[in-house]
Write a protein that binds this ligand. Structure first.
Ligand SMILES: [Zn+2]
Length: 161
């Protein structure tokens, strides 16, 4: 069993661009990363893959994802591990028009959102945040579809660009 698991982990790596976990042997071709569909001009920033799944399952969002893999204040989480430089690059290179910050309504999640907003201040991109109404301390993955839907629908612009 252990050997099987080790075998699996050996063949999985994290995409250095969008943060999704993928088999080492293939290029990242998930909708996260590549401009498969040019009509998409949004990137939704989430803390982990289960947040992405919740958002995908609710069918309220069409566009790319960026998986941070944690928050700034998570123990041992370094800024470069959150792939924020890569996010800034993606925004500039792929002509992204909106970055949706879908981090948790926790202190860590909000600190991380603020840091991302600050990192993107030179990019001409609209930055939005999910609406209030997220329960304090609420993690995206634990929200029901209705709450997630209205948080998305009522998201607000937080920068002046
Ligand atoms: Zn990728």
């Amino acid at each position: 069993m252990t050997k099987v698991l080790a075998e699996i982990y050996k063949n999985i790596s994290r995409c250095k661009i969008c943060g999704v976990l993928k088999p080492i042997s293939i290029e990242c071709n998930f909708s996260n990363c590549k401009l498969i569909d040019k009509k998409h001009n949004k990137i939704c920033v989430v803390e982990n893959i289960s947040d992405q799944w919740s958002i995908e399952n609710s069918s309220i969002y069409e566009g790319y994802f960026h998986i941070l893999g944690g928050t700034l204040s998570s123990v041992g989480q370094k800024r470069e591990d959150l792939l924020i430089n890569s996010l800034v690059e993606r925004v500039n290179k792929d002509n992204i028009e909106e970055v949706i910050l879908a981090t948790s309504a926790t202190v860590e999640g909000q600190t991380t959102a603020y840091y991302i907003q600050d990192s993107l201040k030179k990019s001409k991109v609209k930055i939005t945040k999910l609406a209030q109404g997220l329960p304090v301390g609420g993690e995206i993955e634990s929200l029901d579809d209705g709450t997630l839907f209205s948080a998305f629908k009522n998201r607000s612009k937080i920068n002046s660009e």
